[in-house]
Design a protein around this ligand. Structure first.
Ligand SMILES: [Zn+2]
Ligand SMILES: [Zn+2]
Length: 278
């Protein structure tokens, strides 16, 4: 059984993906989120760079979310995302989907409404399944899927925002722990890397959070506690790579828009290879 894990499409479908899937006998695709286009992201980044603060995208959203420009760009980006999902579905093999921070879904604890929800789009597609805190047994392994929740404390949460963040962290941790029955036969499929590795460090000097780690610290705690065999993630476009946390192998598949991905061979032992689909 051979899986292809790829995330962070951002509106671009890698040219050679269909050919790669056929030529390499891929049995199923794990799509790790971030399907919509990047128009809004470019607008946002110009704003974020201007402010020189790693959290200024929250400021950006508050300042612009009700503007015509924001809404228009968001709609176009969403339509790009739907196209990506349709093309993945047309590969003709099972595709397991989780949400990234750029996808709209009711499962996002910070969801503020939207019209192109990932779960609704996926429901209409024949080969696709959307999963969040759910597992599926594939080739003798339990694949545990979790979409992006942004559970880390930023330190500036107050009142109800703080309470909600604490609740999300607690729920996420206990749900995830319960899903892991046999760690040696468990693969976690996530959007964000775990916190404090070389895979979740911002390595782009132009970005305000340069040098900081933005991985999921709840995921890190669960990895240390349960020691699953493998964790797959994306989100950090510049960080395609691998790192061990104890016995757990963590693999960041990188930037799917540029064809970066990973192939996972499910045999008695797991075998993982980082690839570039062209
Ligand atoms: Zn991404
Ligand atoms: Zn992301």
């Amino acid at each position: 059984m051979r899986l292809l894990a790829i995330g962070c499409f951002h509106g671009k479908f890698p040219k050679g993906l269909k050919r790669y899937v056929r030529a390499n006998g891929i049995d199923a695709v794990l799509a790790l989120g971030d399907f919509p286009g990047e128009r809004l992201r470019s607008y946002e980044q110009s704003f974020v760079l201007m402010r020189k603060n790693e959290y200024s995208f929250y400021v950006f959203q508050e300042a612009t979310a009700s503007s015509k420009r924001f809404k228009k760009l968001k709609k176009l980006d969403g339509e790009d995302g739907v196209k990506i999902l349709k093309r993945l579905d047309s590969l003709g093999i099972p595709v397991f989907v989780i949400h990234g921070n750029h996808d709209e879904t009711r499962r996002d604890p910070w969801f503020a409404g939207g019209s192109m929800l990932l779960e609704d789009v996926v429901r209409k597609l024949k080969n696709m399944t959307y999963l969040d805190y759910a597992k599926s047994n594939v080739g003798g392994y339990d694949l545990v899927f979790l979409g992006c929740k942004y559970p880390n404390m930023r330190g500036d949460e107050r009142g109800s925002a703080r309470k909600k963040k604490l609740r999300v962290r607690k729920e996420e941790r206990s749900k995830l722990v319960k899903l892991i029955m046999d760690p040696r036969k468990t693969i976690i499929v996530a959007h964000q890397p775990p916190y404090m590795t070389k895979l979740d460090r911002v390595n782009d000097k132009r970005v305000p959070g340069y040098g900081h780690h933005f991985g999921d610290d709840v995921l890190r705690l669960v990895i240390e506690k349960k020691k699953p065999a493998l964790v797959l993630c994306a989100h950090f476009h510049e960080n395609q790579g691998t790192q061990k946390i104890g016995k757990t192998l963590v693999v960041c598949t990188g930037y799917g828009a540029k064809g970066q991905a990973a192939v996972i061979e499910l045999k008695k032992r797991l075998h993982v290879k980082l690839v570039r689909v062209r």
